[in-house]
Ligand binder design. Structure first.
Ligand SMILES: [Zn+2]
Length: 314
């Protein structure tokens, strides 16, 4: 997993951020603290815990976990760009800009926030996911995937999988079997083959029982395919050693590649380039990313001219 030069960059993240839009709430309002972008393929990327911004008028929560999952916002945007570069199709993206200190979008409402002014941002996050799940179900009836991207520090050199032991990917398991979750072209199987430690280990254990600490939270439980109106949903808990400033580009490269290969194997995707485009190898810290995710960069767009995929809408 260390053999190739990183191809994800700050410029790439800018391009992805540029195409993000303010997320509508269920009441038709918008939140400038939720970044949401519709996609052109049956993949939704969610990152609820990477934000750094305060919510105006909202004090810090007094209970619950308040630490952010460092750089998972950057990672999600870079992974999206990597997938697009390989498949010429755009994932749906929902990324929190608000800090978990004020609002936790991966909790049920009564545990997510304490101050009512946080409620519209919670509603915006979930309205975006719900809308995108509905779109994916309608446009891609054979199946879609929601990846909820998190970080953990208790097991820093491991990437944990959370599906509530297969519950939230019920449809995937029924249609494609366990191979789709732990096999050679599964996301975690690909990561393990690339040298990452994953849990459950796909090769040695068959990957059936997940760590109780990371087996899947509110988002995958709400939108997973075990529900009547859901899609297959997997929570990823990325160890902190993979999220250092220096390691993150390689992780984004490898994770994006694993997701694209999964999409080719199980979601009907086609790889559209033999070689991914090479970008300038640079990276910036989260604070600069957050500053960049404002309206000033929204005029920059992601080019669709190279899209050659005919399987999905481009
Ligand atoms: Zn998290």
């Amino acid at each position: 997993m260390r053999g190739t030069a990183p191809v994800v960059t700050w410029l790439v993240v800018f391009a992805v951020a540029a195409s993000l839009m303010l997320a509508p709430t269920a009441a038709g309002q918008s939140s400038d603290l939720v970044l949401a972008r519709p996609g052109t393929m049956p993949l939704i990327l969610s990152a609820p815990h990477g934000g750094i911004e305060p919510i105006p008028g909202v004090p810090a929560r007094s209970t619950g976990t308040t630490a952010r999952d460092i750089r998972t916002d950057e990672l999600t945007l870079a992974v999206s760009q990597r997938v697009e570069s390989l498949l010429c199709s755009t994932p749906y993206v929902v990324v929190a800009r608000f800090h978990r200190l004020y609002l936790d979008a991966n909790r049920a409402p009564h545990l997510a926030f304490e101050h009512p002014d946080a409620a519209p941002h919670y509603a915006a996050y979930h309205a975006s996911i719900r809308q995108y799940v509905a779109e994916v179900r309608q446009s891609y009836p054979t199946g879609g995937l929601l990846l909820d991207i998190h970080g953990q520090g208790m097991d820093p050199s491991t990437i944990h999988r959370g599906t509530r032991d297969g519950l939230t990917v019920r449809k995937l398991l029924e249609t494609s079997g366990a191979e789709a979750l732990v096999g050679a072209r599964s996301i975690f199987g690909r990561l393990e083959a690339s040298g990452y430690s994953v849990y459950p280990a796909t090769i040695s254990s068959g990957g059936s029982v997940e760590d109780p600490r990371y087996r899947g939270g509110h988002i995958v439980a709400t939108y997973g395919s075990h529900t009547d109106d859901g899609v297959d949903a997997i929570q990823l808990e990325i160890g902190s050693s993979f999220r250092s400033e220096s390691a993150l580009p390689q992780l984004a490269d490898d994770l994006g590649g694993a997701i694209a290969d999964f999409a080719a194997a199980y979601l009907g995707a086609n790889h559209c380039h033999e070689s991914p485009p090479i970008f300038q190898p640079s990276w910036e810290p989260a604070a600069q990313l957050s500053a960049a995710l404002g309206p000033a960069v929204l005029k920059v767009g992601v080019s669709r001219s190279s899209c050659r995929s005919r399987h999905w809408r481009c």
